[in-house]
Design a protein around this ligand. Structure first.
Ligand SMILES: [Zn+2]
Length: 318
C-alpha cells in the first residue's frame, strides 16, 4: 500500500495545539487573519462564615395541580397546600406531627425495633443497603412511627406511615409497631389515630410482609373490646396490603382531597376485567361518592375534624 501524500501546507496557517479550556485565551492565527477567542474565567464559589442558611430558603416548587410556582417556604407555612388551586402535596411525618398533635409532640414507642434482612434479599441492590439509605435520607428508623400524644387535649395513641421511607411499605417492623400501637392502646384504653400513606407490603420481605396484614388486623380486633374509637386517615397514596388491612377498618375513615386510594393499580384492574375504568377511579371524591370512605378533610380542617370525631365517639362532646 502506498502511503498517502501529506497535505500541501498552505501559507499563513500556523498550528495551535489544543489547550484545556480552563479560562484565559487562545491566540489562533487563521490563514491571513488572527483572531482571539476569549474564554470565561472560572469563578470560585462564594461563601462566608457568617452566611445564614435555612432549609428550603430560596427554593421553588411547581405545583403539580396547577403549575404555579411557589417558594418552598411559602408552601411549608401552608402545610404544602397550594395557595392557588388547593392541591395537597405530600408532607413529611414531622409536618404531620406539627399539624395534628399538640405542640407537635410525640412520646415515641418501640423505636428499638429495627429492620433486619431475614431473606438476604437482593434485587440489584441489597435490602440492607436500601434500608440504610432510607434511614439516612429520612432520619427515621422505619416506615412508621407510633407513640402517645395529645390532640386538642385528648390523649391518643398515634401512628403515622412515612411514605418517604421505602414508599411507606409494610414489612415485619412496620407490622409489629402497628400491632403494638393497638395493643398499647388496648391496655391504656386510648383512642387510636393512624395516618396511612403506603405503597403496600414490602416485597423484599416476601411472605413475612404479607403476614403483617393478618397480625395488625388481629390486634385491631382485640382493640375493639375496649370500645375506644379508631380513626383511620388515608393520605395520598394508600394502596396494596395496607389499604387491604387497617386503612379501611377505621370506625371513621377520613381521607385527604384528591388522594389515590385503592388496592391494585388501575392498569392491573383494567387488564384483569378487560374494561375501561371510570374517570376519577381510586380518588378520594370517587370513593366518597361510592361509600368507601366517610369524609374528606382538607389539611386546614384536619385537626378540628379529628377532634370532633374523637369527642363524639368517646361520648365527650359538649
Ligand atoms: Zn396549585
Amino acid at each position: 500500500m502506498t502511503p498517502r501524500p501529506a497535505a500541501p501546507k498552505l501559507p499563513g496557517i500556523v498550528s495551535c495545539a489544543p489547550r484545556p479550556h480552563v479560562g484565559g485565551s487562545c491566540r489562533r492565527p487563521l490563514l491571513a487573519f488572527e483572531i482571539t477567542v476569549a474564554l470565561p474565567e472560572r469563578t470560585p464559589a462564594q461563601s462566608t462564615s457568617t452566611e445564614k442558611r435555612s432549609v428550603g430558603q430560596g427554593l421553588f416548587r411547581k405545583c403539580t395541580g396547577c403549575g404555579v410556582v411557589n417558594t418552598v417556604e411559602d408552601l411549608s407555612s401552608r402545610f404544602y397546600v397550594c395557595p392557588t388551586c388547593g392541591h395537597h402535596h405530600p408532607m413529611a411525618s414531622s409536618d404531620w406531627r406539627k399539624l395534628v398533635l399538640d405542640d407537635g409532640a410525640l412520646e415515641r414507642w418501640d423505636e428499638h425495633i429495627l429492620p433486619s434482612d431475614p431473606l438476604e434479599f437482593e434485587d440489584g441492590k441489597r435490602y440492607v443497603d436500601r434500608i440504610s439509605r432510607a434511614q439516612a435520607m429520612t432520619g427515621a428508623t422505619e416506615a412508621v412511627e407510633i407513640g402517645r400524644a395529645r390532640l386538642s387535649g385528648i390523649p391518643i395513641a398515634y401512628g403515622a406511615y412515612n411514605f418517604a421511607f421505602m414508599g411507606g411499605s409494610m414489612g415485619s417492623v412496620v407490622g409489629e409497631r402497628i400491632t403494638r400501637l393497638f395493643e398499647r392502646a388496648t391496655s391504656d384504653r386510648l383512642p387510636v389515630v393512624l395516618l396511612h400513606a403506603s405503597g403496600g407490603a414490602r416485597m423484599q420481605e416476601g411472605i413475612l410482609s404479607l403476614m403483617q396484614m393478618a397480625k395488625t388486623m388481629s390486634a385491631l380486633g382485640r382493640f375493639r373490646s375496649v370500645r375506644k374509637p379508631y380513626i383511620s386517615v388515608l393520605l395520598h397514596p394508600t394502596t396494596g396490603g395496607v389499604a387491604a388491612s387497617t386503612a379501611f377498618l377505621g370506625d371513621v375513615n377520613v381521607v385527604e382531597p384528591n388522594a389515590t386510594i385503592g388496592f391494585a393499580g388501575p392498569r392491573v384492574i383494567e387488564s384483569t376485567i378487560n374494561a375501561k375504568l371510570p374517570a376519577g377511579f381510586q380518588r378520594s371524591e370517587f370513593l366518597l361518592d361510592h361509600g368507601m370512605v366517610d369524609t374528606i378533610a382538607p389539611r386546614s380542617e384536619m385537626k378540628q375534624r379529628l377532634y370532633q370525631l374523637l369527642s363524639l365517639l368517646s361520648g365527650e362532646a359538649t
